[in-house]
Design a protein around this ligand. Sequence first.
Ligand code: OAD
Length: 233
Amino acid sequence: MSDSIRNIVILTGAGISAESGIDTFRDGGGLWEQHRVEDVATPEGFARDPALVQRFYDARREAVQKVEPNAAHRALAELDAEWEGDLLIVTQNVDDLHERAGAKRVLHMHGELLSALCASCGQRHKWSEPLVGSPACPDCGAEALRPDVVWFGEMPYEMDRIYEELRRADLFVSIGTSGAVYPAAGFVRDAREFGAHTLELNLQRSEGSYWFDETRKGRASELVPEWVAEVLG
Ligand code: OAD
């Protein structure tokens, strides 16, 4: 890997957690074939049928606590521990597998399953239990906790920080994401414009593949450890 690389931004998506046993969204049999996005991933769907939405995320919260990080998460955690330059893992994933593998520099732009957001006072709370049944917010007492997950039509978390890191990045790597959802799908173009080398690691070419300097096709559990070994030399 070139000596000129110091700052790295890594974008991860559902594909990196697939081999841990978490369904992706858009692959055959994925979550969006099983559920309508409008019903379970929009503020309007939640207003219409809160219990349905709470049950959907309660089931996913329970499931995520039963799976383990895979070799791809572990390799990124090793890179995070060893890399002396700036590094940020921006994940679209709402699971905690990057952290459980040991990664520290992780930003959850689409929120977290193991967190609850109070719609009344705005506080975020670590949360591993069901939300159906309307437990009270530990801060304000309102029975207004919702999944701390960014729905369609809502603003992802920490966009200013992400763009700041993209601006300074020498290398942008996208792992296991279809490139179908903005703003994350646009990061490759932003990173390029700011002068970064861009690399995609994915099972198949993503929708934004054209924008990458290099695409490597395969399973994250194989490609990511190989790439990390290259980078750490
Ligand atoms: P998708 O389901 O859209 O895409 C997953 C990608 O991972 C696909 O391109 C697969 O080919 C690839 N893939 C599957 N298994 C893989 C493996 N073992 N190794 C490597 N790649 C693999 O998931 P995302 O791109 O993460 O947003 O979806 C983006 C957003 O859409 C999600 O964060 C979620 C969803 O709607 C919100 O809920 C706001």
